[in-house]
Every structure is written in structure tokens, then in C-alpha cells.
Design a protein around this ligand. Sequence first.
Ligand code: 2PG
Ligand code: MG
Length: 416
Amino acid sequence: MSTVIEDVKARKIFNSRGEATIEVEITTADGFGVASAPSGASKGKAEAIAYPPGGVDEAIRKVEELIAPELIGMNADDQEEIDNLLREVDGTKNFANIGGNTAYAVSLAAADAAANSYNMPLFQYLGGYFACQLPYPLGNVLGGGRHALGKAPDIQEFLVLPVGAPNFMAAAEANVRVHRKVRDILAKVDPYFTGGKGDEGAWAPTLTNEKALEVVVRACEEVSSEVGFECRVGLDVASSSLWDPEKQRYIYVNEGVERDSGEQLEYILSLISKYRLIYVEDPFHEEDFESFRELTSKVRGCLICGDDLFVTSEERLKVGIEKGAGNAIIIKVNQVGTLTDTWRTIRLAKENNYVPIVSHRSGETTSFHIAHIAVGLGCPIIKTGVVGGERIAKINELIYIEEILGEKAKMARLKI
Ligand code: 2PG
Ligand code: MG
């Protein structure tokens, strides 16, 4: 079984928002791999730059002219060497020259090709024989912010986490039920509701944040009693999108409210206790490690997760660990570019009791690699939406993984 790379191709395809993105194909002597990059709408400032100045076309040219000739002849299972090569060819810290999305597609296509050359599913290639824990799906059922238009809530995502699910199939089914129930309740409480959805398939009603929270909590409670296990509610506030650095305030446009940092902290604390939230992502803007620390020290039984705060960077996570900011981290491979960097950040998170949560982006392709990354690299939660072909692609892949693991399959251990 040889993983020697014989051919590399790059092409332009489209993501779920209809934006151009890059897909890379790698052929080895004994296998084949393919990966395509997602893209964000609410991006962190410290993320890798998605594309070089000339966009996807320039990225493709760079793969063909600079990266492919170097890759050919290398082994696809030399992941670290391939990722180092990507860093060398780029020469910047944030992939400004070749693009973080280009690095993502090459890095993952190499892993995919290596797994295929060994005739193994990707998660097993990444994690070994004992990688058999399924993640809990954290699903977006209602949303607004940068993922919707009009008078949708200012908070970006209202999420469900089926914490009591006995297996992945039951968890996925519970999320679908909550999503459907939210629609039924919205049809009654929002006179303007058209069934419209945001970028991730979450309903986008004309409601205030708290009204929306009430709907999702009610739907979760009803579904919990129907399925016989607990489903809890979480939020991605995506606060960097609300933060006005000049005014030093969070601007809730649709609600007509402004909050300074102290008021934001009080507001988040009140939502956590009133709605028994189990998960809050980016409650403060991306530079406010201090408020993250304060909130983390004040709550129990709730994950305080950094997305724009950490941008999957080992360096930024180190700062968070030193300060005690947060207890969970969003893992988006294209924020940092390569699989090796991602693995390092996940390892650091686990060593320091931060829950690593593998995540989709709002603009996704039908590529299902993050399902394998969650199982292979042992992440107990995957945030990947509930409906929509590009979201369901990941969910269905996990259903398949659960099936092929058979008796060995187990839900991950959630320490919250
Ligand atoms: C987020 C993501 C995904 P985006 O903020 O967590 O839900 O959104 O991809 O737009 O950054
Ligand atoms: Mg986020």
C-alpha cells in the first residue's frame, strides 16, 4: 500500500451560499483523496486569510504552480511534512499568500488520500483502532445575526444539545424533532413567519432574542419528554459582530439596545440562569479575554466557548488557559489552515480540560470530513447544523460511522 503522491488537482466549486471555493484532489499510487473548503460570515480577525488577493482562481494557480510540484513524490501520510511544506510555500503566519482555505483543502485531501490508500475510513486513519466515540451534535435551530437578514434576532445562533442521547442516531433524531417543533411554535407566535431560514438552515423569525429563547426552550422541553432524554439549549452570541469598538458597546440593532462590557456580562449571566443554558459561544468580542475569564469563574454547568476568541490557534488558546478564559473551544480547521495545527490545538485543549468542539462554517460544501475529525481526534461535540444538504452530509456520515463501529461505538464523555 503506497501513499506516494502522483497527482494533485485543484478546481473551483461553490459552497452552500453560492460563493466560489476550492476543491483539491490528490491521487497516490494506491488511492485517492478529495477535500473542499468551507467559509465563514462571522470571521475572527485573527483567522487565517481565506484566499490570496486574486481569490479562488489565484489559489488554484498557486496549487498547480507552487504546491503540486513539491507534493508529487511525497507520502500522503507524512501529514506534518505536507503541512510544513504549505507553511513554507506561503511564508506568512496567517496564510496570506496561498490562503487558509487552500491550505485546508490540500491538508485534508492529503489525509483523505492517505486513508484511502490504506483502505481505511478517515476517522480510523486519524485516530486508530480505538477511536470509537461519537460526538454529540450541537444543532442550530433558530438564528439571526450575520446569518440572516431583516428583523431576525441579533444573537446569531440558538442551539440544541441532546446531552442525554444514548447513541448518535437518537441524538440526530432529537435535533431534527426540535428543529421541526421550533417551526410549529414559530408559526403560532410570529405573525410574519414565512418559514424563512438563515445560512445554516436555522429558522429566521422576526423575534427578539428572549422571545426566540423561549421558543427554543419550549421546543427542547417538549422533545425531551417525547424522546425520554434531556435536550438542552445553547447560544452562539457571535459578539464580535455586535461589538462597536468606537462606542465600546455591544449594539443589538433589532432589539434597539446597547450594552457595555459590564452590562453584557450581566445579560449573559441572566440568560444562563433563566434558560438553564448549557452552552454559550463568544459571549464577548474577540479581544475580551478578561470578560471571558470573569464569566467562566462565575458559572457552573455551562460551557463557555471561544470561537472568534481562539480561532483554533494554539497560541491564542494558551493565552486563554493562562487567564482561565472559557472552558471550551471551537475547532474550525480553515481558521488555522492545516490538520497538524488543528491536532496541536485539540491536544492542548484536552490537556487543559477545554472541551474541543469541531465545527462547520456558515458557508459549507457537502464534504463530510469534519465528522471524521470529530471521531478521529476525539472531540466530544460537533457543531454542524440540523438540516440542509451540506449540514446533513456530516450528520449522515456520523450515522454511517456509528454503524461501522458497531458494538464498539459509544457516545463521548461530556464533562460539563
Ligand atoms: C460560527 C460559525 C458557524 P461562521 O460563528 O460559529 O456556525 O459561523 O462560519 O459564519 O463564522
Ligand atoms: Mg461562532
